[in-house]
Design a protein. Structure first.
Length: 313
């Protein structure tokens, strides 16, 4: 308990709890169907009435707060939970263009680790049927499969910030070199290749990694190796691109005459650039398979198919 008169601040566990509230509500509605169609309809009507009631109250609170202190709008939307509720009720004070631009800023560090960037060209259409037009740039140092991680990071961030958009369109640009991934494929090749759908799984234990530390985590039935480089966390599937064995016991070190941080396989001694998508720096081995890591609702999360995360280290 905090000091007398203070209000406890929600931690990562609380953020994760409220982020999954929608799933729990839907599960309860599904359970009500056991009582027949009429029971399900009554349950849905109850949820609508409660949602509308709290939405009306939230609208009045926001109006009064902004009237008394116009700058409070930015403070409200800086809280992920409050911002999500404002979006649900159509009360978010920022236009869709600004919300998308802010969302792209949150994923730029991750794209930068792949040697790329993303730009918002425009948002076209009418409210309720917006199309977001994006353009990727930069020389991506990742293999084609990492287009999956780029898509997940960008599309997830955009749709979370602007759930009312109808579609995302990627506008191609002329490639500068042969190493640039064709931009038009970034959001389409994933679906064409029929990759298994992925979801974001909160892994609060990632925040406990110290700079230079490497840890193993069990996330959605997949073993993942994560490491912290400065303020950033990078994650890869636990499989060496050289020998194909587990990376358990691997450590980070810096290359001689360079600031690059590398991960060394404890078995075959292959070296990988953890900041740039797990590329091999030996020139003779494969690469690591990156796993997206983003801060969602204040909790570091990984994108993988399957069930909630479980740390094993």
């Amino acid at each position: 308990m905090g000091p007398s008169g203070s209000t406890p601040v929600d931690g990562p566990e609380d953020d994760a709890r409220w982020r999954t509230a929608g799933d729990r509500i839907e599960a309860l509605l599904e359970a009500s169907a056991a009582g027949g169609a009429a029971a399900r309809e009554r349950a849905e009507q109850l949820v609508r009435e409660i949602t509308d009631l709290y939405g009306a109250g939230l609208e009045r609170l926001v109006r009064l707060a902004v009237r008394g202190a116009p700058g409070v709008a930015d403070a409200l939307v800086a809280d992920d939970l409050v911002a999500s509720l404002l979006l649900v009720h159509g009360l978010h004070p920022h236009p869709v263009e600004r919300r998308i631009a802010d969302a792209l800023d949150t994923v730029r560090p991750y794209l930068g680790s792949h040697g790329g960037d993303v730009h918002l060209l425009d948002v076209v259409g009418v409210p309720g049927n917006h199309t977001v037009r994006l353009q990727f740039s930069g020389s991506c140092k990742s293999c084609p499969s990492s287009a999956v991680t780029l898509e997940l990071a960008v599309e997830d961030a955009v749709r979370a910030a602007a759930p009312e958009i109808a579609s995302i369109e990627v506008v191609a640009q002329e490639p500068d070199t042969a190493t640039v991934i064709p931009t038009e494929s970034l959001l389409s090749r994933v679906h064409a290749a029929r990759h298994a759908p992925a979801a974001w799984h909160p892994v609060p234990a990632l925040a406990e990694l110290a700079p230079g530390e490497v840890g193993g985590f069990r996330v959605a039935q997949t073993t993942v190796l994560a490491c912290r480089v400065g303020d950033d966390v990078y994650a890869y599937q636990d499989r060496c691109g050289g020998c194909g064995e587990s990376l358990a016991g691997a450590v980070l070190h810096r290359r001689m005459a360079s600031a690059d941080v590398v991960l060394r396989c404890p078995r075959c001694h292959a070296h990988f650039d953890v900041v740039h998508a797990g590329a091999s720096i030996d020139g003779t081995t494969g690469r690591l398979d990156p796993v997206p890591v983003l801060a969602r609702d204040g909790v570091l999360s990984m994108a993988l198919p399957g069930s909630p995360a479980e740390s094993v280290a």
